[in-house]
Design a binder for this molecule. Structure first.
Ligand code: VG1
Ligand code: CO
Length: 542
């Protein structure tokens, strides 16, 4: 095996964000950049003799990056790499493969919901042996290695194409190309009542699943159409493309507008859903109704016992801090633990491993369980379908009956995209400086009850993560959270999360933006959003 050792310069500021390292394709494609960062990961994890899983969402640069990573892996003594055919693995399927094959870890090539193509984004994320995103202790080591690196090792021979199933080798390393869908689909068959679902579709139940030209196309077609019998064509935008058909593969009312409009129109099917670039997010809709991800988590928690994989109940529910309190109310009623973690799936890993939480969710359309260690878009869709098959009611009835029992947490997220980094930092600093003065302050009919800069102590390993966002709790059951995005690649994005609780006997049929008007106005003025961003309103409301 002939290895080249190539001098390289340290790379600074490569701290992974909320979910791995994301940069413009042009940055990843700079000579030596991907090579150096990959070597930094290997310096951190010491992969001699290791078994790794490798897959990506198929975006532009996926194949080139994979060929480079395979050559560097071989030169670093990796024993075996398990790769999805064509370089494809959805994020939850990669997580499952790491677990089921007892791999030492995995590399996932994706920038998730960020746009793709030559002008778009690329990303690289390292997952650990439990199948989940590396915790901060590991990513901190990778950053240190990147800052001190002076060479990388790469096999001189080229890597094989990844189109043929089976084993081959480069140098001393075995490359095993597997069907990206098979193991994942088998896991779904274990968790859900496929017979009941087949009967539901045979009985005329209709569905539209928007794969957004991203990685879930092949998974959704196999599971929903082939195995469950949904009508052919139920999965739309099913063929993955390198630039996601020019859109953002982000399943929300803005980017999945075609589906959104279809579901609100008179010809809507019974159920609508979408997933993102790498298949870990979900959007759920019924005829005439959009289910917020926060409500979805609460509904799944309340109904999980109806699904075979969770029939003995759940141990706890974890939600990210900006996610609404709806799931806390369900946990309380079930008598199970409720956790509030920082944004990002990596914070759920310890709770899932320790059996403290069974279901987890984020307001950003991420829902999942202990079946893998990533959020899982298709899993969320199958949870909903299984619950509908058992309860034999429509999505809107599931929601209205949930609200009648638990009350409704009106919820919305306002994003100010592409603002200046200086303005964004100044806004957060001013808010932090004001924190002690905010309790008791009134604005637009709302009074601040408490204000905090969220920090999280992991209940399992005690690690502490500070500065995770500002929480403003208002009197009367309202809350606002402000934080800066950690996944963008241009300027800064301010996320403002807004919620208002309505008791079981209060109105549940208001438009969310109307129900939230006071908390929106109060937060806009207290955080001086117009002043610091120069914007009159958000770019994206979801
Ligand atoms: C966003 C979401 C967060 C999610 C992350 C990764 O992060 O808000 O909830 O975990 O994306 O999701 P941020 O820092 O931009 O708010 V994905 O589907 O990219 O893996
Ligand atoms: Co994603």
């Amino acid at each position: 095996m002939t290895i080249a050792t190539i001098p390289t310069a340290p790379i600074e500021g490569q701290k992974p964000g909320t979910s791995g390292l994301r940069k413009k394709v042009a940055v990843f494609a700079e000579p030596g950049y991907l090579e150096t960062y990959t070597q930094a990961i290997f310096n951190a994890i010491q992969p001699k003799g290791a078994v790794l899983v490798l897959g990506g969402d198929g975006r532009y640069f996926n194949r080139d990056a994979m060929a480079t990573i395979l050559r560097i892996a071989a030169a670093n003594g990796v024993a075996r790499v398990i790769v999805g055919q064509g370089g494809i693995l959805s994020t939850p399927a990669a997580s499952h493969l790491i677990r089921t094959r007892n791999a030492d870890g995995g590399l996932i090539l994706s920038a998730s919901h960020n746009p793709g193509g030559p002008e778009g984004d690329f990303g690289l994320k390292y997952n650990i042996a439990n199948g989940g995103p590396a915790p901060e202790s590991v990513t901190d080591t990778i950053v240190t290695c990147a800052e001190h690196i002076d060479r990388y090792h790469i096999l001189k021979a080229s890597a094989p194409t990844l189109d043929t199933l089976g084993e081959s080798s480069v140098g001393d390393m075995v490359i095993e190309v597997v069907d990206p869908v098979a193991d994942y689909a088998a896991l779904m068959e274990d968790l859900f009542d496929f017979d009941a679902l087949r009967q539901m579709f045979a009985g005329g139940f209709t569905l539209c699943f928007d794969a957004m030209h991203a990685v879930t196309g092949p998974y959704a077609t196999e599971i929903l159409e082939r195995r469950l019998g949904a009508a052919s064509g139920s999965v739309i935008n099913a063929v993955p493309s390198e630039d996601f058909g020019g859109g953002h593969p982000d399943p929300n009312p803005v980017w999945a507008k075609r589906l959104y409009d279809l579901m609100l129109g008179s010809d809507a099917p019974d159920f609508g859903a979408a997933s993102d670039g790498d298949g870990d997010r979900n959007m759920i809709m019924g005829h005439g109704i959009y289910v917020t991800p926060s409500d979805s988590l609460a509904v799944l928690a309340a109904n999980a016992h109806l699904v075979p994989g969770y029939k003995s109940g759940i141990s706890g529910v974890a939600r990210s801090m900006p996610t609404s309190a709806a799931s806390d109310r369900v946990a309380k009623k079930l008598g199970v633990e409720a956790f509030q973690t920082p944004t990002g799936w990596k914070f759920f890993g310890n709770l899932l491993d320790a059996g403290r939480a069974t279901l987890c969710g984020e307001e950003s359309a991420g829902t999942g369980s202990n079946h893998v260690r990533e959020k899982d878009g298709l899993w969320a869709v199958l949870m909903w379908l299984n619950i509908l098959a058992v309860r034999k009611v429509a999505v809107d009835e599931v929601l209205t009956s949930h609200w009648a029992e638990f009350g409704r947490d009106y919820y919305s997220r306002h994003d100010y995209e592409g603002i200046t980094a200086d303005g964004a930092t100044a806004l957060m600093s001013a808010l932090k400086a004001d924190l002690p003065l905010l309790p008791g302050r009134s604005s637009d009919g709302m009074t601040v009850a408490s204000a905090e800069d969220f920090s999280y102590a992991d209940p399992i390993d005690g690690s502490v993560s500070t500065g995770q966002g500002i929480i403003l709790t208002y009197k009367g059951g309202a809350r606002a959270v402000l934080r800066l995005s950690g996944t963008g690649t241009e300027g800064a994005t301010l996320r403002v999360y807004l919620e208002q609780y309505a008791e079981p006997n209060q109105a549940h049929d208001l438009d969310a933006q109307i129900a939230l008007l006071q908390v929106i106005n109060a937060t806009t003025s207290i955080a001086q959003i117009k002043h610091f961003t120069g914007r009159d309103g958000p770019d994206v409301i979801s």
